[in-house]
Design a protein around this ligand. Structure first.
Ligand SMILES: O=C(O)[C@@H](CO)OP(=O)(O)O
Ligand SMILES: [Mn+2]
Ligand SMILES: [Mn+2]
Length: 537
């Protein structure tokens, strides 16, 4: 895609022929790593991707999907769906939310901005509540940013602070929640020594409490609301370290799914419900899993669940999470301005787009890839650019199960919808996200992840076959790694074991590169991946 100046007109590509249907697949969580038994992509039967790989370098290249190559702060930052799809959709690298927050904290500018001033107005009489994911995963939030914010807010006048934590186990090892809560507790103790009344007030596992996405299951947000705002939860403890340790004693406990709890005082009263006159900050920088809570905290008219009480508060997001909805209206750091994305160029140039995304509608489990090829792809912007030019299709997933139980997910249905769209010849670009490698990879179930990769590969074949039939071009790539490495490793790459001799399962994304394969009969003679995509790892 080439354009000049501010014009929307696209110049003809020097190598790609015009008028060919493009089938674009994002394999979610599909990286390239050394082959061994923890590399589920290697172990799985993946003849389609294998045959593309055998065509390297003509048909298959590796590109970086982590660290500074996708706008993340450091080379130690794993890739994720937001940055991966932002970069793919915009065709450019933006300093991502994580980095912008780092800069604002380091320079102190965060405390001079309108967003901070807005919440500061409540510091005299009210409590400052901080709600977000407690880990150093760097995908949605980072512990050190929370630590800086706690210190900075107290230095800028916050006298009473309550932290509402969401335990992770998805971007970091399962079980690591205890350590993070201990660290936070020790910071809060230091603040208390300085006369700030600072405590953890509530908590719960990210996938069960608060961090739903794409309006998949409002029950998740409600559980968080009850604990954070109303001070009500089935589990009550007097301190958060005890809470997390106790809840983890259940043999099926998992940081991602810990039940909601509130911290109570010696009389059994919740120590930090959110009330009129308080300030609230959601400290996640990543958008998708904060949008729903932002709506509940901000929207006067709200009918997704009974809020019981709608406190009059000053609320700010760490970032603005949805540029189209301007949600939330107050925020501490301006988000990356991802403008002029490929989708917008396409509609301006009369290119018809079909995007197939998956909705998972089931209770308290991993949510969706619903907005990955739309919201993230379009620069964190909800809705269509032009609904006459674009069609977004959502496929509901199975209800009430976790993905290791049904690792095929809806890969075939997504691919069939895409195939039909390609064969209809009504669209110029058909793009899909295949969630299997990522969603099943996050469960840490190796057998199921192998099945997941096989299903995704079959779906890729359906797309490629359809593209062959219409003489089009396919682009198969991924947003970041996940399923290609399911074990935590030492610096030499050897698997790590816990104190009981069990392998340490890696549920997170990885730092590995991802493939990009470009091919199909629509490519002009002599044009191949190597010529179109020169960036190689
Ligand atoms: O599930 C999520 O929120 C993240 C991991 O934290 O995964 P992805 O970036 O693939 O959406
Ligand atoms: Mn992803
Ligand atoms: Mn993921």
């Amino acid at each position: 895609m080439c354009s000049s100046g501010n014009s929307w007109k696209l110049e003809d590509h020097p190598k790609l022929r015009k008028g060919k249907i493009i089938g674009l697949v994002v394999l979610d969580g599909w990286g390239e790593a050394d082959p061994d038994k923890y590399n589920c992509i290697h172990v799985a039967e993946t003849p389609t991707m294998d045959s593309l790989k055998k065509g390297a370098p003509d048909r298959w290249r590796l590109i970086r999907a982590h660290g500074t190559a996708v706008g993340l702060p450091t080379e130690d930052d794993m890739g994720n769906s937001e940055v991966g799809h932002n970069a793919l959709g915009a065709g450019r690298i933006y300093a991502q939310g994580a980095k912008l927050v780092d800069l604002a904290l380091a320079s102190g500018k965060i405390y001079e901005g309108k967003g901070f001033r807005y919440i500061q107005q409540c510091f005299d009489k009210g409590t400052l509540h901080l709600i977000g994911l407690l880990s150093d995963g760097g995908v949605h939030s980072r512990l050190d940013q929370l630590q800086f914010l706690l210190k900075g807010a107290s230095e800028h006048g916050a006298k009473r602070i309550r932290v509402h934590i969401l335990t992770d186990g998805r971007d970091v090892l399962d079980g690591s929640s205890v350590g993070f809560v201990e660290k936070l507790e020790s910071d809060l103790a230091k603040l208390r020594e300085k006369g700030v009344d600072a405590q953890i007030a509530s908590g719960g596992g990210r996938m069960y409490v608060t961090m739903d996405r794409y309006e998949n299951d409002w029950g998740v947000v409600k559980r968080g609301w009850d604990a954070q705002v109303l001070g009500q939860a089935p589990h009550k403890f007097q301190n958060a370290v005890e809470a997390v340790k106790k809840l983890r004693e259940d043999p099926n406990a998992n940081d991602q799914y810990l039940p909601p709890f509130v911290i109570v005082d010696e009389n059994g009263n919740a120590v930090g419900p959110i009330v009129d006159g308080d300030a609230v900050v959601t400290f996640n920088f990543r958008a998708d899993r904060m949008v729903m809570l932002a709506k509940a905290l901000e929207n006067e008219d709200f009918d997704k669940f009974d809020r019981v009480r709608f406190p009059r508060i000053h609320y700010a997001g760490m970032l603005q999470y949805d540029g189209e909805l301007k949600l939330p209206s107050h925020y501490l750091v301006s988000p990356p301005e991802i403008e002029r994305t490929s989708g917008e160029y396409l509609v301006h140039n009369g290119v018809r787009t079909f995007a197939c995304r998956l909705i998972h509608i089931f209770l308290c489990s991993e949510t969706v890839k619903f907005g990955h090829v739309t919201f993230f792809w379009n620069g964190n912007r909800s809705g269509y650019f032009n609904s006459e030019m674009e069609e977004y299709v959502e496929i509901p997933s199975d209800v009430g199960i976790t993905f290791n139980v049904q690792p095929k997910m809806k890969a075939l249905e997504i691919a069939e919808k895409a195939r039909d769209a390609i064969l209809s010849e009504n669209f110029h670009q058909v793009r899909i996200n295949l969630p299997n490698g990522d969603m099943v990879g996050h469960t840490g179930d190796i057998e199921a992840t192998i099945e997941a990769c096989k299903a995704a590969d079959q779906a890729v074949k359906i797309m490629i076959d359809a593209i062959e039939q219409v003489g089009g071009i396919y682009v198969i790539t991924a947003d970041h790694g996940n399923a290609e490495d399911m074990v935590k490793r030492d610096k030499k790459g050897q698997p790590l074991f816990d104190k009981n001799g069990n392998i340490q399962i890696l549920t997170s994304h990885t730092l590995h590169p991802v493939p990009i394969a470009i091919g199909g009969p629509g490519l002009a003679e002599g044009v191949n991946s190597a010529r179109i995509c020169p960036m190689v790892v």
